[in-house]
Design a protein around this ligand. Sequence first.
Ligand code: EPU
Length: 338
Amino acid sequence: MQLYQDYHLASANTLSLPSVAKQLVCLDHVDQLPELQPLMEAAARRWVLGGGSNMVLANYIDALVIKVQTKGIRILSETTDQVLIEAQAGENWHGFVQYCLAQGWLGLENLALIPGTVGAAPVQNIGAYGIEVDQLIEQVQVWDVAQAKMCVFNSAACQFSYRDSVFKRSLPGRYLITAVQFRLQKKSTWQPVMRYPDLSSHPDLQGEPTALAIFNAVVQIRQRKLPAPAVLPNAGSFFKNPIVSARQYEVLLQNYPTLVAYPYGEDQYKLAAGWLIEQAGWKGKQLGPVGMHKNQALVLVNYGGATSTEVRALVEMLKRDIKQKFDVLLEQEPIAVQ
Ligand code: EPU
């Protein structure tokens, strides 16, 4: 296992921000964890890096960065209706979704084309087109650096909620997710999830769509709406869709009759942050080398040469504007790593 000093991370984050990690080590196999443990204990600060698709990296990261690139997908148990799969944390998410679909293990199709790794999926509880990944996760296996041992978090222990989990809130670098177990369906029990308007209205998904048809439609919709990080660097949705009280929703609706919002839980609403940002005039707007995307106002893009300082400047200005116009506080979705 090689320990790198002053490692450049520009190509290891999808926003393409220039960033140097004080130290970096790559984890290729879980067997290396006992060897890695003393290095992790010695480091004052640690960060775990997967695909770098949900992070805003500072210019210098005064920490040990652990890049997880463990690979492997296996069946743990199987019946005629269901299958329990274990995937190693370093597997590419979209590749994993494709692999499962090809094996006839269904349920992940709505989550196609999300950048990042399997190990990062539970951290922010990735979600799209009517499914959040916690609905499919049986358990998450982690190396707990504080105890120097493997631990298992069942779904309840993961404390999943909208774009959140116990892993996102814990001390950075305490838990190193090593593998995730998913309970998937076979054709006999699989049910399509078609709630999302983009899917229910899709011409290829009328009648009784197959999982493959949903997968293809999701890929097509994402390609149309979201910029590919390889072409225009970005970190997906840059803000969470804010959750407000029913009272605040009513007030907003009176002032803005076209407000886009969805009921959330008993007495709350989730507002489409993209709508708020667009209404505030930020869609397609550029500030220096960064801007909000022209097709999806929720996506912050780097037009080239941006650093985390310019990202922060735009974020602060935009948040202030949204607070002033709608009395809504936007929360940044990607993790700020410094
Ligand atoms: N909208 C606008 N203007 C915009 C963008 C959106 O008015 O520029 C309005 C539209 O009315 C649209 C609604 O907002 O119907 C919702 O937009 P969209 O379907 O694009 O979804 P979103 O709420 O913006 C969320 C997730 C995405 C996920 C999609 C599809 C969050 C923070 N984002 O976006 O996740 O792909 O739904 O399920 O929850 C990500 O997390 O990185 C991500 C891309």
